[in-house]
Design a protein around this ligand. Structure first.
Ligand code: HGY
Ligand code: MN
Ligand code: MN
Length: 400
């Protein structure tokens, strides 16, 4: 499975993945998922929001045990963030069939669409729509860098966008959702464990900062006459770093667009996106308020107009203790080990669903902690340990 997925959407220039929602690479990933489902004789479904499901047992049954993750990527992402969870889900199911277990509940594997939000700017679109955390109106306003809206992109990919919207009946049939994911930090590497259980996801969000000045000639405009938004933007980047350091949080400007984007032109517009995350909401509020205040002061000093728009926000997620303890108990008993419980600064579909469905996550060791980069890695024996842990968990939850 891993070998089949590896070339899909991989850039030969960077070695990273460009699997953006509703593009050709995404379609290839989706075709792979459907094929995996059908090869195993599972019931394949595409839900009203474009998420893919593979069912063992009755898709309409109650108290289903669901596992899975996503197959899309950030720009030049790694091979593991998302796909490791989907591949491990199919492998865990194969393992359980080889064990000859008897399932007492329906089991499903899911591929949530557009988890990274690389194309339309909002993460976890598939799960947010299903959970009613993104309205149809908001979804219709999502637009990519070329001006293509989400419904247009869905339509061009052969999917009917008229169906999108909340899917409460589907979510109500899920008794537990467990997402396996490569760790995006080094906690397991430092503790010497192959697999961990998630405790919480930090609150996080994305803010768009539009700095508007005046385009002019880079050679002939005196420095004192310029209204250069790049200066205020640059100062704001430094302010974000400072605020994050002071608060013990993280803040990143990782995406920028410039108009007119000419080497010899002073920009008229610099648009930068702030991603900020912290262990708790008051800390995150302090960081973002601090960055915005600094940005307004810098903008005013340079005669720049500034608009700040919050494009998305995900509150803190504390995974349900009962399910988390159940996972620890199953893994402790089956594998005779104590599994570390970790918090994370990364967002996941499991976090979105956690308000509606009992949800848990398993993390697999990442020796460098690097993620959202072609260098992201997990060793094969750790991935196999992840599959075994997921199989044990599914057996414990769906065969009792
Ligand atoms: O940005 C994130 O945390 C994620 O991986 N969607
Ligand atoms: Mn990611
Ligand atoms: Mn992910």
């Amino acid at each position: 499975m891993w070998a089949e997925l590896l070339p899909v959407g991989r850039s030969s220039a960077s070695g990273g993945y460009r699997r953006f929602a509703w593009t050709g690479a995404d379609a290839d990933c989706r075709a792979w998922f459907k094929d995996q489902a059908e090869t195993r004789g599972l019931t394949y479904e595409l839900d009203r929001n474009g998420n893919q499901w593979a069912w063992l047992g009755d898709p309409a049954g109650q108290d289903a045990v669901v596992t899975g993750s996503h197959l899309d990527s950030v720009p030049d992402g790694g091979a593991f963030d998302g796909p490791l969870g989907v591949v491990s889900s199919f492998a865990a199911l194969d393992e359980l069939r080889a064990r000859g277990v008897r399932f007492t509940k329906p089991v499903a594997i899911v591929n949530f669409g557009d988890e990274e939000g690389a194309r339309f700017g909002l993460a976890c679109v598939g799960s947010r729509l299903a959970a009613g955390q993104l309205t149809v109106e908001q979804a219709h306003r999502l637009t990519d860098a070329d001006g293509v809206t989400l419904p247009q992109a869905m339509e061009r990919a052969g999917y009917d966008p008229a169906t999108i919207g909340p899917d409460p009946e589907r979510l109500a049939r899920i008794g537990a959702f467990v997402e396996l994911h490569v760790e995006q930090g080094r906690a397991l590497d430092l503790s010497g464990d192959r697999v961990g259980i998630a405790s919480a996801i930090w609150p996080h969000g994305r803010w768009r900062f539009d700095f508007r000045g005046e385009a002019n000639h880079a050679g002939t405009t005196r420095l004192v006459d310029r209204r250069d938004p790049m200066l205020s933007y640059a100062e704001t980047v430094l302010a974000a770093r400072r605020e994050a350091e002071l608060a013990g949080a993280v803040a990143t400007f990782g995406k920028i667009s410039v108009e007119p984007n000419g080497v010899n032109a002073i920009p008229s517009l610099v648009r930068g996106w702030l991603d900020s995350r912290a262990a708790d909401q008051p800390t995150l509020d302090t960081v973002v308020t601090g960055v915005e205040k600094a940005a307004r002061e810098y903008a005013e000093a340079h005669g720049i107009e500034l608009d700040v728009v919050r494009e998305s926000f995900t509150p803190v997620v504390e995974f349900e203790h009962a399910l988390r303890d159940e996972l620890a108990r199953i893994l402790g008993k089956e594998a005779d080990l104590t599994v570390p419980v970790l918090g994370t600064g990364a967002g996941h579909d499991a976090g979105i669903l956690s308000g509606t469905v009992p949800t848990a996550m398993l993390f697999v060791r990442n020796p460098t902690g690097v993620s959202h980069s072609p260098a992201e890695h997990a060793a094969e024996d750790d991935c196999v340990a992840g599959v075994t842990a997921l199989a044990d968990v599914l057996e414990g939850l769906a065969c009792r």
